[in-house]
Write a protein that binds this ligand. Sequence first.
Ligand SMILES: Nc1nc2c(ncn2[C@@H]2O[C@H](COP(=O)(O)OP(=O)(O)OP(=O)(O)O)[C@@H](O)[C@H]2O)c(=O)[nH]1
Ligand SMILES: [Mg+2]
Length: 326
Amino acid sequence: MPANLPPQYFEAEKNFRLAKTSQEKIAALEEMLAIMPKHKGTDHLRAELRRRIAKLTEAADKKAATQRASMVIQKEGAAQVVVVGPPNVGKSQLVSTVTNSSPTVAEYPFTTYTATPGMMEFENIQIQLIDTPPLVVHPTEPWLPPTLMRADALLIVLDLSDDPLTQIEAIITKLESLRISIIDRKTGDEPGATLRHKKALIIGNKIDLDAASQNYAVLQNKYQDQLPVISISAKKGISLEELKLKIYQMLGIIRVYTKTPGQKTDFTDPLILNQGSTLEDAAAEVHKDFRAKLKYARLWGSGKHDGIMVKRDHVLQDGDIIELHV
Ligand SMILES: Nc1nc2c(ncn2[C@@H]2O[C@H](COP(=O)(O)OP(=O)(O)OP(=O)(O)O)[C@@H](O)[C@H]2O)c(=O)[nH]1
Ligand SMILES: [Mg+2]
């Protein structure tokens, strides 16, 4: 049966052939469908158009989902720490100086637009740092809030050659708008709006520049009771060892070593546990069945008798060595 299609239809069909993106193709097909007269003679054609629209939409959805998933950076090492801050403060310089990765550093703001992970060595462990685009008032990249939510902690980088109080205030406010809090304070929100608390360290960068020391004193004075604060120069390499130690301390983790009877302790691959973890938690970390099976452990550690027997509720310290008996 002849379809009797109007001239606009052929125009839309041409647009379809010229379309480059899935979005353009879907739009053209929808136009063709809308223009096509509805009668028996076009039943088959209309069904075909609907099928093609459905197929393209499905493919576009899949692609979007893959893109979202590809922005998830797998945690590696002892902890995942995200580096955030205003534009041009030296976030990328810091990640480039203390890790094995080299994100672009430039004199102008808004250089970084993706997330770049790198591994920072601290004593015998590795901590993952992630460089990110600047946090500003206007909307953030859609993948950034979930990246911040997943992080074990945040490093807030500020430029000490410029007023640091204005910078930290802006960052705290922006984080709160993303439902993340780093300090306790009243937020204008209605009760019930829940903020997720994140551990954080404030890093005053560019301590090598003029006025930085005075600005740092002001920052310290206002925030040191609420958050750990440090001044560094990522570019000149000032106080970087101290910084690594502060990052480790902020994370609130401990390293515990395991040994088998009669063998030497392996100090290269510690268990990473939260402060306050017990022997039972450590056993569960070694093997999921060990929490139930554990009978006792022998413990060597700072200020303790060597090889004493401890029970499952014993609270472990950084540097303890345990020999599990199951
Ligand atoms: N004097 C001095 N300059 C620094 C220091 N750290 C970074 N810079 C300079 O500051 C500028 C910005 O550095 P970036 O690392 O690109 O800053 P960013 O925070 O990543 O910037 P965006 O990605 O745009 O948000 C560059 O010109 C760096 O050389 C520092 O410790 N001292
Ligand atoms: Mg950058």
